[in-house]
Design a protein around this ligand. Structure first.
Ligand SMILES: [Zn+2]
Length: 182
C-alpha cells in the first residue's frame, strides 16, 4: 500500500500543477470530486449517470457558452491518448507524476480536432491542450459544455467517470487538491 499522495506546496518543474481553466475554483459548482450522483439528485438534468464521480467538473460561465474555451494541461507529461469516447466526446489522457508517483490525467468533453499535440508528445504544465467541445453535440457526447478532469493513480488509462462503490473512489485523486488554483 502506498501512502496517501500529499500536496507539496513547493513543487516546481515537472511536478508543478496549473489550473486547466482560469478562475478554476469558481467553476466547480455542480459535480465536485466524489459526489454521489443519481438521476434523481443530480444537479444536471437530464442525468444518465449513477455513481461516485471520479473527477471534478469545471463549468463554463454564461459568456463562454459560444466562445472557444481553452483547456490547459494541468501538469507536465506525455500525451498518452486522444480519442472519441462514449460519455465524453473528445477525450485526452496525460501521464504525469505527483511527488514521484505516476498519475494519469483525463480531460473529458474536449473538441477532439482542437488537440494539436500528438500522442507521445510531451506537454508542459500550462500548455494549451485544446478547447472545450460544443455543448450538446458529438464533441461532448451530448453533455453540456464543461470539462471533466480526472486524476487516476498509476499509469493505466482509466476513463471511468463514475464508480459504483465508495472504496473504488480511492483509486482517484481530487483534482482540486492540485489544479483548482486559489
Ligand atoms: Zn464529470
Amino acid at each position: 500500500m502506498k501512502n496517501q499522495i500529499e500536496k507539496d506546496p513547493d513543487v516546481e518543474g515537472k511536478f508543478s500543477f496549473q489550473p486547466p481553466l482560469d478562475r478554476a475554483s469558481e467553476r466547480v459548482t455542480k459535480k465536485p470530486f466524489g459526489i454521489f450522483i443519481t438521476p434523481q439528485n443530480s444537479p444536471v438534468s437530464p442525468e444518465r449517470f449513477y455513481g461516485y464521480h471520479t473527477g471534478a467538473d469545471f463549468e463554463v460561465f454564461p459568456e463562454e457558452l459560444y466562445l472557444d474555451v481553452e483547456v490547459k494541461a494541468i501538469c507536465s507529461g506525455e500525451l498518452k491518448m486522444k480519442k472519441t469516447a462514449t460519455g465524453y466526446g473528445g477525450l485526452a489522457a496525460e501521464a504525469c507524476e505527483i511527488n514521484g508517483d505516476p498519475i494519469t490525467v483525463i480531460y473529458g468533453h474536449l473538441k477532439l480536432s482542437s488537440i494539436a499535440a500528438k500522442v507521445g508528445e510531451n506537454l508542459k504544465s500550462g500548455d494549451t491542450l485544446g478547447i472545450l467541445g460544443k455543448g450538446f453535440s458529438s464533441e461532448t457526447n451530448g453533455e453540456r459544455k464543461h470539462l471533466h478532469l480526472g486524476i487516476h493513480k498509476g499509469t493505466a488509462i482509466n476513463i471511468l467517470g463514475y464508480v459504483q462503490s465508495k472504496e473504488n473512489i480511492s483509486d482517484w485523486i481530487d483534482p482540486c487538491l492540485y489544479a483548482c488554483g486559489k
